[in-house]
Design a protein around this ligand. Structure first.
Ligand SMILES: NC(=[NH2+])NCCC[C@H](N)C(=O)O
Ligand SMILES: [Mn+2]
Length: 319
């Protein structure tokens, strides 16, 4: 089974600068570890629009939404064309907004298949321009792809132009919503706002907490997440490194206490990708400017290589 690395130095949807450098921090980690990983695999770089940060932001409740739309279209097209060649995309991105592009690309390639999502993260990323506490669009990818505005719990009044662009974002790849919110399983989510809690309750979304991961063990956690999505035809996994505990490293923009250990994250990811329904894996939010000695990228790089090994060996056995 072939994989391809899609690199996206997306910076604009995070609140703290530096996530766009996460990919290069991973490459530095690979060089420090004398790994040939980035030489052994095909890499396709998706151009970023980070220059938009030199201009004023006109959209306080969805910062740089015009640039985010451009990025999502690019990520969607690259993901879809990779899948259409029967190659598994491994997406390495900066801020987490890109996941909406990846999900849209999966649906573009397979519009009639039901897609489940395993979201390993400290955050639920289910905000819309109506509910966001920050305006940072890396907190919105799951709302984008499930078409949830949650206007009932609005705390902001987005401009008409913002809402037009928000509709365009929802239509990237395909016009329909890409996933049912009930086809999302969270692992490690521990920092949400009230409008997100309502979505989780309303759609009965499972969150396997860090405490449960510890009780069940990492292997059973992965199995439980996969079991929840048994009715889905394909599965996408999104790994935000802020799911891990900040005591390990400060190298991510929105750290939250009481997270997963590196070993737990490694076992969860390597186990999940063995499922033949897994069509794509993504890793996001490494920010070396906040770190010391590139610790986050070194840990994330080890998880990346083990996960890619796991997906290649298990999917080959099945082929
Ligand atoms: N992908 C992330 N790191 N998301 C953090 C989101 C934090 C917060 N919920 C917000 O919307 O601003
Ligand atoms: Mn996230």
């Amino acid at each position: 089974m072939d994989i391809k690395l899609l690199t996206v130095r997306s910076e604009i949807a995070a609140g703290t600068r530096g996530a766009g450098m996460g990919i290069d921090a991973l490459i530095v980690a690979s060089l420090d570890q004398k790994s040939t990983f980035f030489r052994d695999h095909q890499v396709q770089n998706i151009d970023d629009v980070n220059n938009i940060l030199f201009t004023n932001n006109n959209f306080p409740s969805a910062k740089h939404i015009d640039g985010v739309l451009t990025m999502l279209r690019r990520v969607c097209n690259a993901t879809a064309s990779t899948l259409e060649k029967n190659i598994t995309p491994i997406v390495l991105a900066g801020d987490h907004s890109t996941a909406a592009g990846t999900i849209s690309g999966i649906k573009k390639a397979h519009p009639n298949k039901r897609l489940g999502v395993i979201w390993i993260d400290a955050h639920a990323d289910f905000h819309s321009p109506f509910t966001t506490p920050s305006g940072n669009m890396h907190g919105m990818p799951l709302a984008m792809v499930s078409h949830i505005d949650n206007k009932e719990e609005a705390v902001n009044t987005p401009s008409d132009e913002t809402l037009e662009l928000w509709e365009d974002i929802k239509n990237v790849g395909t016009e329909d919503k890409k996933i049912e919110p009930s086809d999302v399983v969270f692992i490690g989510v521990r920092d949400t706002e009230q409008p997100e809690n309502s979505i989780l309750n309303r759609h009965n979304i499972t969150n396997i907490t860090v405490k449960e991961v510890r009780e069940l063990g990492a292997l059973n956690t992965a199995q439980k997440a996969l079991d929840q999505l048994s009715e889905c035809d394909m599965i996408y996994i999104s790994f935000d490194v802020d799911s891990m505990d900040p005591s390990i490293s400060k190298g991510t923009g929105t750290p939250v206490a009481n997270g997963l250990s590196v070993e737990e994250a490694r076992i969860i990811n390597t186990t999940l990708v063995k499922d033949p329904k897994v069509v794509c894996w993504e890793m996001v939010e490494v920010n070396p400017t906040l770190d010391q000695n590139n610790i986050m990228a070194n840990n994330a790089f080890n998880i990346l290589t083990d996960t890619v090994d796991s997906i290649k060996t298990s999917h080959t056995e099945l082929a």
